[in-house]
Write a protein that binds this ligand. Structure first.
Ligand code: ACO
Length: 324
């Protein structure tokens, strides 16, 4: 059997760190009331990073990609596939993956974006896994990167306190040794309205409402049940049991959703990687950011079983179980 194995990980956070107190003070200047206590209690978020005005998604993706390539011990010229998961592409086209490819100084390999909002990294990882196992690629760079702050209405306290910017990357390589064991992806477009940015560019003008709209309680309920089902699906497909999972790396949106999923699976909270307190919800970047931080901190070790989960707008959700 031929597997796609994680050879290296990397991540990048923009320099500007905004604590809940900083954000509350900035919003208060605009007459919008919130507090560190409210945000912490409802979400577990303590801070997030925001990109500078001149930083786009590909600028965040580049250092994350370089770190992952270095960890993998390969050069960008050895890549034959680049997939970027993003909701905030630099341009309408070409894809952010193409722009990133040029910034990496290479040409020729396949490059495209995947759009599944907060599940984007799971979608991209699953596509790369399938292409590697099919023999279409040997080395793939899979990235989740977002400047989600560009989609926020800082007058809407129910959404603007939740999100942040960042990028995370993995380099996958074809291997005879086990790597990704099972993946599963799902969507329900009938739920588009619970979480969306219902705007677009038409005839050279922005139309609609190009900032986040969310029914928080509906998202909360959908997320907990979707994540539980998809986690069980990949565990079963891999022929494993929940107790064999060494680390759960869920989408980092909200600590209460994350704790809810771990509990439903019967996994102790100590086996869950948590970075939401420092990153906020970075959409497609959240899972690879958490993965890289846990690898670099020594939490995650080679030989361990990792369960990655994503859920988000679309509505979309997915999971991957891998031997690291
Ligand atoms: N600061 C202070 N008060 C606030 C804020 C804020 N930032 N936001 C809302 N409130 C107020 C509301 O106005 C409301 O006041 P009222 O009772 O006077 O009307 C009160 O707080 C309670 O509001 P609810 O919306 O009922 O709060 P809830 O407990 O549902 O928490 C939250 C809201 C945190 C959004 C929750 O629903 C949630 O976590 N949902 C999941 C959404 C999520 O994680 N989205 C991320 C993107 S989706 C994804 O990635 C999966």
């Amino acid at each position: 059997p031929r597997f796609a194995r994680v050879l290296g990980t990397g991540s990048y956070l923009p320099e500007r760190r905004v604590s809940n107190a900083d954000l509350a003070a900035e919003l208060a200047a605009d007459g919008v009331e919130t507090s560190d206590d409210w945000i912490t209690e409802r979400t577990g978020i303590k801070a997030r990073h925001f990109a500078a005005a001149d930083q786009n998604t590909s600028d965040l993706a580049l250092p994350a990609a370089q770190a992952a390539l270095q960890a993998a011990g390969i050069g960008a010229d050895q890549l034959d596939l680049i997939i970027v998961a993003t909701t905030t592409p630099d341009m309408v086209f070409p894809s952010t993956a193409c722009l990133l490819q040029a910034k990496l100084g290479v040409a020729g390999c396949a490059a495209f974006d995947v759009q599944a909002v907060c599940s984007g990294f799971l979608y991209a990882l699953s596509v790369a896994d399938a292409m590697i196992r099919a023999g279409q690629a040997r080395h793939a760079l899979v990235i989740g990167a977002e400047v989600f702050s560009r989609l926020l209405d800082f007058k809407d306290r129910t959404t603007c306190v939740l999100f942040g910017d960042g990028a995370g990357a993995v380099v996958l390589g074809a291997s005879e040794e086990p790597g990704i064991l099972a993946t599963a992806l799902h969507a329900d477009g009938a739920q588009a309205e619970v979480l969306c940015v219902p705007g677009s560019v038409k005839g050279g003008h922005v139309t609609g409402h190009p900032v986040v709209r969310m029914d928080g309680q509906a998202v909360f309920k959908l997320a907990v049940s979707a994540l539980d089902k998809v986690a069980r699906e990949v565990i079963e497909r891999a022929g494993m049991k929940a107790e064999q999972i060494d680390w759960l790396i869920p989408h980092q949106a909200n600590l209460r959703i994350m704790k809810g999923t771990a509990k439903k699976l019967g996994l102790p909270e100590e086996r869950m990687v948590v970075t939401v307190q420092e990153h906020g919800n970075t959409s497609a970047a959240s899972v690879p950011l958490a993965l890289d931080q846990a690898v670099r901190s020594g939490q995650i070790q080679r030989g361990q079983n990792l369960l990655l989960e994503g859920v988000g707008g679309g509505f979309t959700w997915g999971a991957a179980l891998l031997a690291y």
